[in-house]
Design a binder for this molecule. Structure first.
Ligand code: NAD
Length: 364
């Protein structure tokens, strides 16, 4: 029997190779008059071209950093107020999208972005959000989440106004992603999908998105890494989007809970930090439901699926042991902060601090 569920998504999704060409028409159909574009340095030239060619784009902030800082949000809000902007367009990975989402929520607020970062409630959405992902990884184009850092303090904020109004998923934009970033962002998407599947908040509809995301990603990630072909990139963009649709409702769990201290103390990029414990959690979370999923995906067991993840990490050159990482190792602190993270409550099995410490000890 199907358990009761609720699923909503306020985002219009436009998917397809070359679909960024429809941007001016989309901005027009949403009544946008003045839009600020947000990107990182890699897309600075493309941002300048869009400023030149798109009537509604009035200014560009092109200095988003990976693990985006609050200062980038502040600069975007300053530009939006100066320009009297009614929309923000993010062109980039999760870092650009999260900056734009947080800025849109602050754009018409009397409070500063720092006050909102510290917990001041958001009021009415200050601007429309157009999200254009350029990595196949975060799914941030369809989530009501923004992850922003102030110095070393990385904070996840959830708010309904963070959902983009429009997601333009154009796989052509991912053709330039270097192989290492292809692998870590691809494994981030895989982690979203499997964590949505095993989350205690999963439902029939998120299972559907998650299972198909896992199938598509397993079939295309290695090819996207090795050849970067148009077909593999398109499949990965689709798989990442499906994973986003799954975890936007079901949320993530243990791997993401551990990723926060791993990024903070060992400076791993987000996708690599999630992948660091991914194969461990597949083994530790294994139960009848997960064994069935592994079989559906063409593996003999959860162990075989975990081995596949370990091989992909090795192929991509990801760090898989603490001996390969920078930063001072403190297993007690890692176990304590991972166990205390709110996302750990979504994990299908509740592990004690001691059990998480034992998991980390196997990764020395
Ligand atoms: P990113 O946006 O930080 O980009 C990583 C690197 O890839 C950057 O150097 C960027 O310039 C480069 N890059 C991006 N697209 C490129 C392209 N097409 N060609 C060449 N280089 C390109 O990476 P990300 O993994 O997409 O995002 C990570 C961030 O997203 C983290 O801060 C993470 O916490 C957050 N996140 C947010 C959500 C959400 O729902 N809001 C979900 C997962 C992760």
């Amino acid at each position: 029997m199907i358990d009761a569920f609720q699923y909503s998504l306020p985002t219009e999704i436009v998917f397809g190779f070359g679909k960024l060409d429809e941007l001016p028409a989309l901005l027009e159909s949403y009544g946008v008059q003045r839009c600020v574009l947000v990107c990182d340095r890699f897309f600075a030239k493309k941002g300048a071209e869009l400023l030149e060619s798109t009537a509604q784009i009035c200014a560009v902030f092109d200095d988003v950093e990976p693990n985006p800082q609050l200062s980038g949000v502040e600069e975007t809000v300053r530009l939006m107020k100066e320009q009297n902007a009614d929309a923000v367009l993010a062109l980039g990975g999760g870092s650009a999208m999260d900056t734009a989402k947080f800025a849109a929520a602050c754009a018409k607020s009397d409070r500063s972005p720092a006050e909102h970062f510290d917990g001041a409630p958001f009021g009415e959405k200050g601007a429309k959000i157009f999200a254009v992902p350029t990595t196949a990884g975060t799914g941030a184009e369809v989530t009501g989440v923004s992850v922003i850092s102030r110095g070393g303090e990385k904070k996840t904020t959830h708010h309904p106004s963070f959902y983009p109004d429009v997601a333009i998923v154009d796989p052509a934009l991912t053709l330039t992603v270097p192989p290492f970033v292809t692998m870590i962002t691809g494994l981030d998407a895989f982690t979203h999908a499997i964590e949505a599947f095993w989350s205690v908040r999963h439902s029939a509809v998120t299972d559907l998105f998650a299972t198909e995301a896992l199938r598509v990603i397993l079939a295309s990630l290695e090819d996207a890494f090795r050849t970067g072909s148009k077909e593999a990139r398109t499949a990965m963009a689709y798989g990442s989007l499906l994973a986003g649709l799954a975890f936007s409702a079901a949320k993530t769990a243990g791997c993401h809970a551990c990723s926060y201290p791993l990024s903070m103390y060992h400076h791993l990029p987000h996708g690599e930090a999630c992948a660091f414990t991914l194969d461990s959690f597949i083994r530790m979370n294994a139960d009848d439901r997960l064994e069935n999923l592994a079989k559906t995906l063409g593996f003999e067991s959860c162990g075989a699926l975990a081995n596949k993840i370990a091989r992909l990490k090795e192929l991509g050159g990801l760090r898989a042991r603490f001996s390969q990482c920078e930063g001072e190792l403190d297993l007690d602190r890692l176990a304590q902060e991972s166990e205390a993270h709110m996302l750990m409550r979504n994990n299908p099995k509740q592990f004690s601090k001691g059990e998480l410490r034992a998991m980390f000890e196997k990764l020395l």
